[in-house]
Design a protein around this ligand. Structure first.
Ligand code: ADP
Ligand code: MG
Length: 243
């Protein structure tokens, strides 16, 4: 169970996240949509403290952190319950696909190198990249790099997987294989919070869709409601533009 309440973030100016409340059930897939600059990335980044929120409470599984008084141990505990997939893959250029997946298993999860290596190879097989284990990112296509990025997050077996526009940086030819891998992740009942502009994919994969605008959740409902009968004028306008 994920429970976010009163989450608030500013970077010095006005609020970028304005008192966000959101609950996500175990195994639920929630897709976040909205115009650019509305705080979607910041929401994801506050859940693992890549951005530090000024106020709010975040519960992920058995960990609850109060943003206003979060210490190092709290931040680490929260990070261990999340895994993030970034728009630009964020792979280590000087590490192979296998080493990229091993990294957090060794440094964060304190697994032995042998165990981390086995886990990395198993995950690479699941992502269809078994033959790329020893390839460096520069030798991989964009789609392959992002599949390594997703594999790295899968390997952590985190309570919550965060995806921040995982296909937005890809050439169109690579989008399909990345969405296919995300479908496979979803089939394992992994709890997922996904920011995407792929509306067809959102309709298909989401249990629930959230529309954000101006640092707030404006509308929150089943895909059939959000896409079929949007209520808020801002959502109606947004959908006209992207669909
Ligand atoms: P989205 O992902 O919806 O496009 P973001 O969460 O990236 O939006 O950004 C929301 C707002 O916060 C934007 O106005 C952006 O300029 C601002 N912002 C994001 N990160 C920073 C930062 N590190 N420093 C200052 N402003 C930021
Ligand atoms: Mg963003």
């Amino acid at each position: 169970m994920i429970d976010i309440s009163g989450l608030t973030k500013h970077f010095g100016g006005g609020p970028v996240l304005n008192n966000i409340d959101l609950q996500i059930a175990d195994g639920e897939r929630v897709v976040v949509i909205g115009p650019s600059g509305t705080g979607k990335s910041t929401l994801l980044r506050c859940l693992n403290f890549l951005d530090v929120p000024q106020a709010g409470r975040i519960t992920i599984g058995d960990v609850t952190v109060d943003a206003a008084k979060a210490g190092k141990a709290d931040v680490l505990a929260l990070r261990r319950r999340t895994a993030m997939v970034f728009q630009n893959y964020a792979l280590f250029a000087n590490k192979t696909a296998k080493q990229n997946i091993m990294e957090a298993l060794v440094t964060v999860q304190k697994r032995s190198k042998a165990e981390a290596g086995e886990r990395a190879l198993a995950v690479l097989a699941e992502t269809g990249l078994a033959d790329k284990a020893d390839s460096y990112p520069a030798a991989l296509s964009g789609g392959q790099q992002q599949r390594v990025g997703i594999g790295r997050a899968m390997a952590l077996e985190a309570e919550l997987m965060l995806f921040d526009e995982p296909t937005s940086a890809l050439d169109p030819e690579w989008v399909g294989e990345v969405l296919d891998l995300m479908r496979a992740v979803a089939e394992r009942k992994q709890t997922m919070l996904i920011v995407t502009h792929e509306m067809q994919f959102a309709r298909e994969i989401a249990d629930r869709v959230i529309f954000m605008d101006g640092g707030k959740i404006v509308e929150n409902g089943a895909p059939s409601e959000i896409f079929g009968s949007p209520k808020d004028a801002r959502l109606q306008k947004f959908l006209k533009r992207v669909e």
